[in-house]
Design a protein around this ligand. Sequence first.
Ligand SMILES: [Fe+2]
Length: 188
Amino acid sequence: MYLVLESIESRAKAPMTNDEKEIPMPRESLQTLYEHELKDLYSAEKQILEALPKMINAASHPDLKASLTEHKAITEKQVDRLDLIYKELGKQPENEKCKGMEGLLKEGDKAIEEFSDSDVLDAAIIAAAQRVEHYEMAGYGCARTYANMLGFSDQAELLQVTLDEEGEADHRLTDLAEECVNIDAMKV
Ligand SMILES: [Fe+2]
């Protein structure tokens, strides 16, 4: 063990070879992570926009249908905000699919196929939608914090607006579930 440590230490102290000096190391920073988070959120929002019509169609409770329909319009504005942020950064949104959101939406899709009772299905749609909201809230919260730390205060404000909207949507879904949808599902 001592010999291994000694060889690591001597390697660390050894001067870089010419080959090592010539390899440009990619520079990663909080800004790299910020842009990664934005890319993830952009793809997540786009996937949500595609998935919402099926969820709206599958929902029965009028308040749930209305809430999801309203959230679709809100999501379009959230994409616009991300576009604005990209414009400010002088970058184009990358076309890389967010696998986390893809998985969550696939599970939601599976629930729609699995439950046939309309009340239980409504409760399952709320559960799926809340998973989506929580994923987004985590992403927007991190991105907002990074933007603030990087001095992009305007971008942080835009991200905070979306974060607040996701939080409100989540609370509305909780109220809807607790006040009627879950209760109706219990009566089955
Ligand atoms: Fe969203």
